[in-house]
Design a protein around this ligand. Structure first.
Ligand SMILES: [Zn+2]
Length: 437
């Protein structure tokens, strides 16, 4: 009689993960200086002190030694455009000229499935080398771009959210769909991808100015018909855009209210930017369970404005961090934290590093209603994690060597770290990226 080989594997390192939001709870996280993470069949079995957990394993157990490094749950980026990979760092004076000069010509190429797949593979490799294991991804108006993305993420077994952009006005003809056609394509893609393996579909109106009332209405109906799909769009990113929305939808109380009127505020709805919302808007987001994707590198790059963390927290809005590549200037959530910290300071508030690591992991999972699936190391959660190297560069090594506590260590990683600090990335228990020696 043969016994099936065990798939049990353990990882020794310092471990960090969260149980709650450190801004609102006292015992929000666990930190094990000499920790052990035990994984079996792509899910977490246990996370704790090495000395306590080692005796639970057999003598010859498979233990990967990352001593001196930190293992935390995989980063989650809640707003990113995969077709904009090739136009990251393109100069333009603001959002609307940037869309016309770079975004629309670049997105046009995604009618070709081969091009879409080539970019999707490169894009996913950038996520992996940055430690990002889940993302909420905008594709283009072409349904082929969604197939290309999900085929690439399925090949690696990743938990990803993506959707076809809906856009039936105020855009070049070569990127326009129609109200009925766009929603029919979305439903076809939902049936093909939503819930297949680790894929989730997101109904994706680009933003209110590029969707007719008819298209937004049909998108709202689709969201009601498929209540566990995601919704993603942009809201209140910059002042010119807000004024434009006011002229297009004069009957709505606010930009956010346009989406509310079409039934697009609900759990699993993720709104990018949220810079120019008022207190009533934030309260409405909290009431409906909609969440904010805060995109600091993008907001600074385009000069859109500064997100107000304190004001959003006062209404208990679900917050997450996002890169918004191609307007965002880095795929790396460490660099996103770096800029989020400075944005908070410019608004007179303060973001501890522990809070930022929470927002990039469990906070995002909660905002996406995926707690228990991804985001921390509770037993049964999927084994998506990264290995951070606090000595990745001479400067990081020197600075982290002087740190007296966890907050200082994480802060140094957030402010000085980038993809060089990611030694390895695992998704579903499978090694996806290993930094070259
Ligand atoms: Zn965006």
């Amino acid at each position: 009689m043969s016994i099936a080989p065990s798939t049990l594997r353990a990882y020794r390192a310092s471990l960090l993960h969260f149980h709650a939001d450190p801004a609102f709870a006292e015992h929000a996280y666990s930190w094990f200086e000499d920790g052990l993470l035990i994984v079996d069949g792509g899910v977490i079995v246990a996370a704790g002190d090495y000395a306590r957990l080692r005796p639970t394993l057999a003598d010859g157990a498979d233990i990967v030694d990352y001593s001196g490094k930190i293992i935390c749950p995989g980063f989650i980026d809640t707003h990113i455009h995969f077709p904009q990979t090739d136009m990251i760092a393109s100069p333009a004076p603001g959002l609307l000229p940037w869309l016309d000069s770079y975004t629309f010509p670049t997105e046009r190429k995604f009618a070709d499935p081969a091009h879409g797949r080539e970019v999707a593979d490169f894009f996913i490799e950038q996520l992996m080398r940055s430690g990002t294991t889940t993302a909420m991804v905008y594709c283009t108006v072409h349904k082929e771009s969604v197939d290309a993305f999900f085929e690439a993420s399925e090949a690696r077994g990743l938990r990803m959210v993506a959707g076809k952009v809906l856009m039936d006005r105020n855009c070049p003809d070569f990127l326009a769909d129609t109200a009925e056609g766009g929603v029919a394509d979305s439903e076809e893609l939902i049936k093909r991808w939503h819930g297949r393996g680790r894929a989730h579909y997101a109904i994706t109106p680009r933003f209110a100015p590029t969707s007719s009332e008819a298209q937004l209405m049909l998108a709202g109906e689709l969201a009601r018909a498929w209540p566990d799909t995601f919704i993603q769009t942009h809201v209140a990113e910059n002042c010119d855009e807000c004024n434009w929305v006011k002229s297009l939808f004069p009957a709505s109380r606010s930009y956010l209210d346009v989406y509310d009127g079409f039934g697009l505020l609900r759990p699993r709805a993720m709104f990018g930017h949220c810079i120019w919302l008022d207190d009533d808007d934030f309260a409405r987001m909290a009431d409906t369970g909609a969440a904010a994707a805060v995109c600091p590198t993008s907001n600074l790059f385009l000069g859109s404005g500064l997100f107000d963390f304190e004001r959003a927290d006062a209404k208990s809005v679900l917050l997450s961090l996002a890169s918004d590549v191609g307007a965002g200037t880095s795929f790396c959530m460490l660099q996103t934290m770096n800029e989020a910290y400075k944005v908070a300071r410019m608004k007179g508030s303060y973001l501890p590093a522990l809070r930022m690591f929470y927002m990039a992991t469990l906070g995002a999972a909660r905002a996406m209603r995926l707690e228990g699936v991804i985001g921390n190391f509770a037993a049964g959660v999927e084994a998506d994690f990264l290995v951070l190297d606090p000595a990745a560069t001479p400067l990081l090594a020197r600075r982290t060597g002087e740190c007296d506590n966890l907050e200082e260590l994480l802060f140094a990683l957030a402010l000085l770290g980038d993809d060089r600090a990611v030694a390895a990335t695992y998704s579903g228990g499978v090694l996806q990226w290993q930094r070259p020696a």
